[in-house]
Every structure is written in C-alpha cells, then in structure tokens.
Design a protein around this ligand. Structure first.
Ligand SMILES: Cc1ncc(COP(=O)(O)O)c(C=O)c1O
Length: 452
C-alpha cells in the first residue's frame, strides 16, 4: 500500500499535541484498530503498548462497545443535560457510584481529564464559599500532572510542562513526592520527612486550605513515579483531620490500571472528590466524571442558584459516551476483566524482573498493570524529558512494530488488558533487543521533538 493522500492534508492542517511540528517525524498513519493492535495505512501493524495514551482497556474496536455506541447513535446521540436527563446518564451515574468507594454518591460529567480536575477544584472553592469562607490555598505533590487547562496546570505546575504560562497560574503549595518504589521497602526516612513537613505546613496553613489534589500511587506524566499506599493514606488522613476536601486524580489510575478498580482501594481512603476519565468509555469517546460525597454535594443545595455549581459543558453527559462507558463496565463483568488485570499484573512482574539486571535498566517499578523503569545505568541520574535515549528507544521499538512512548528516559509498558501472553512477550522480546542495541550505541545528539 502507498502513503495515503490524507497524510499531506495532515501535514498542511493538523496541529498535533505536545509536538514540535518542524522536527517531529512523520506521524504514523493509523487506519484501523483491533484488540491490542493498531494497523497502519502502509499495511504495517503496531502493538499498542501504551493503550493509546492510557485509555484503552478491553481492546481497540471491541464489538460490544462499538455496538452500544451505534445503538445509542440510532436512538439519541445527544441532548443537553440542563433541564433534561436521559437513561444512559442516570444508569452510568448509578453504576459508577456502585463501583466507586463509599460514600461517593454524585457524579458530575465533563469531557476530559483536565475538565474533571477543573470541576473538582471549582467545587472545592465554592464548597467553602457556600459556608461563608474564601480559601485560596491548594496543596499538591511535586511532579503531579493534572492536565492542560489553567486550574489543572496550576495544580500540576511543578511537573515542568507549563513554562510559557507560569505567570497566569494561581499559586499552589507542593510537598515532595517520595518515590518509594514498591520493590524497595525501607525508604521510610524519605516518607517520614515529608510527613513531618506536611504536619508543619498544615499547622500553619490548614485553616486556609481549599483542597488537596494528587494522583494516587502513580504520577503518570512525570515519568510513572510510584509511591506507597500506607504513606499516601497517612497524608490523606492528616489533610482530612483539618476538615479539608481531598481530591484523587484517578484519570490514569482508574478502571483497574493499578490492579484494583480504583487506586483509592489500595490506599484504603475514600476521597471527597474523585476524578475519572481515560478508561471511562473503554477508550472510545471523550468523557470524564468528577464524583462527590454527599457532604460535598449537599453543600451546594439551597434556595437560590447562587449556591449551585455554575459550571457545565455543551456535551455534558453525552449519551454516546454514557453508552460506551456502560458497555465498558459491563465488559468488566462479562469478560472478568479484574481477573485479566490480575494475570497481566503477574505477567508484567515476571517480564520486568527479567529485564531488571540489564545494564541500561534502573529503578524498575510496577503498580498493577503499569510496569516502568528508567533507561539509565544503575546509579546514574535521570536526564528527564531531555533524554535522547528514550527517543531512540521509541523509534527503534516503532520500527519493530511496538508502539511505545517513553517520557524522557522513563520507559513504561501499559497495555490494554486484552493483550495476549504472546503479544506481551513479543513486546518485551523487542524491548530487550533494543536495549542491547542501545547499550552498544551512542544515541547522543538527538533532541526532543515532543513531550509526554
Ligand atoms: C493523572 C492525569 N490527570 C489529568 C490528565 C488530563 O487528562 P486529559 O488529557 O484528558 O485532559 C491526565 C492526562 O494524561 C492525567 O494523566
């Protein structure tokens, strides 16, 4: 097959995310997805080892989700969600509440992970206003990433993505994120130091704090940086003891990625606000939700609209997205997805352990189905997003038919849950060969053309 004519149209008119258009390689021209594979216009296929930016759960073009969307499109593709409701939204809200940790009870719909965060931050602000207080301080962890709208950028400002916008971001205070990889117990000193610092900070500022927001267990975009559950539970309990809402950004970790349906279950703590997105529709349609507890929701009740949450999006609770999400949740039951997740977790652990002694592999780490390591010799410092070797690895893997997207020298494998043993072995086999090649090569001088 030849290069499709629409590739020239892409070059002329499409503005791709996180990409330097002048130096970026020609994008892969994908025409079809099936299971864990993406098929390109030139007849090649690529194993999707990143679940298409962490969204795909059950496989591309899963017929059950495709059919649910088609059926919904024939019935009611869209209607506004103010003054109107529809069955897919009501059923989805109930399903999410049933699966989320208690007492989360109410669901606010939006379109993407950033807006799910934006909604949570705005709810937190107005929660206090509705009680006659203005609270301007937010607390987050260093390195957290929460999206690209302004509130989300402010909460994630320390991730280092936002240099051009710094002057427009509201101020947020940050605590260090102890990267206590779960295969290395015993870094308690680092955790204890953060807890002491948090105590001191809360003593001074707890009464001014509007909310605390973080990615539970795994900071995704800053390089799959993993922390331990008991530490995070203690942090959350300290914040809650001040009466301050805790927001979990489970945009990436939700829907089984860390081995449980929600990372909150590992931590043993129910947040006041829970943000979900990527896996919500099984990776088919853009939709996000912010779940709230009765205490948060009820703080918005009153006689006047001034106490209501004056926020909404044109496509709030779009029925197609709701239908896709309901179909995805049904698959969790009919395909026993949690069991698949457990098997994938075990397979990832074995494959990662087999790579751990490679001279270019350090800090190998895993939470559930997410496996990661740094592409640096043991003891060497990470070069972060500037790393040329991560890009070299990505290009070599794509040439071998595996779609990976290292974040600097943080390499991760985060496949759809439907991936077969043979396909996972294929990915790791290629990865080992590429690591061997890189160990013998000099990949300096290749600049970064994109991020994330
Ligand atoms: C933890 C987390 N929060 C928020 C976002 C933003 O989501 P979106 O890209 O859908 O706006 C992302 C995106 O990767 C994320 O990983």
């Amino acid at each position: 097959m030849t290069v499709p004519d629409w590739l020239a149209l892409d070059r002329a008119h499409c503005w791709h995310p996180f990409t330097q258009a002048r130096t970026a390689p020609v994008p892969l021209a994908i025409v079809r997805g099936e299971g864990a594979w993406l098929h390109a216009a030139d007849g090649r296929r690529y194993l999707d080892a990143v679940s298409s930016w962490w969204v795909n759960l059950h496989g591309h073009a899963h017929p059950a989700i495709a059919e649910a969307i088609a059926e919904q499109a024939r019935t009611l593709p869209h209607t506004m969600f103010a003054g109107i409701t529809h069955e897919p939204a009501a059923r989805l809200a109930a399903e999410l509440v049933a699966r989320a940790p208690a007492p989360l009870s109410h669901v606010f719909f939006s379109d993407n992970g950033s807006t799910a965060i934006e909604v949570a931050l705005k709810i937190a602000c107005q929660y206090w206003i509705n009680q006659g207080q203005k609270r301007h301080r937010f607390l987050a962890f260093e390195g957290g990433y929460h999206g690209d709208t302004f509130g989300a950028m402010a909460a994630g400002r320390s991730s280092g993505f936002y240099a051009p916008f710094e002057d427009w971001l509201f101020s947020v205070d940050f605590m260090p994120w102890p990267q206590t990889w779960i295969d290395k117990p015993g870094l308690d000193d680092e955790e204890a130091a953060v807890l002491a610092r948090l105590d001191a900070w809360l003593d001074r500022h707890g009464h001014e704090l509007a909310a605390f927001v973080f990615e539970p267990l795994v900071q995704g975009a800053s390089g799959m940086r993993m922390a331990r559950a008991p530490f995070l539970r203690t942090v959350c309990e300290k914040v809650r003891a001040c009466g301050v809402p805790v927001i979990f950004d489970e945009v990436m970790t939700g829907f089984g990625r860390t081995g449980r349906m929600f990372a909150a279950e590992h931590i043993g703590f129910t947040p006041d606000l829970l943000c979900l997105c990527k896996g919500l529709t099984g990776g088919f349609l853009p939709m996000a939700v912010t779940l709230a507890t009765p205490a948060i929701h009820d703080a918005f009740l009153g006689d006047g609209v001034d106490r209501a949450l004056l926020h909404g999006h044109t496509f709030t609770a779009n029925p197609l997205g709701c239908a896709a999400a309901l179909a995805s949740l049904r698959l969790f039951d009919s395909e026993d997805t949690m069991q698949r997740i457990a098997s994938l977790e075990a397979m990832q652990a074995q494959r990662l352990a087999a790579l751990a002694s490679h001279p270019l592999v350090s800090r190998s780490r895993q939470w559930g189905t997410i496996a990661a390591f740094d592409l640096v010799p043991a003891g060497a410092a990470s070069a972060g997003y500037g790393s040329a070797s991560g890009r070299a690895l990505r290009e070599a893997m794509i040439a071998r038919g595996v779609l990976m997207r290292p974040m600097g020298d943080a390499i991760y494998v985060l496949p759809p849950y439907c991936i077969s043993v043979a396909d996972l072995d294929f990915a790791y086999g290629q990865l080992r060969e590429v690591l061997d090649e890189l160990a013998g090569a000099d990949s300096r001088g290749v600049g970064a053309t994109d991020l994330f």
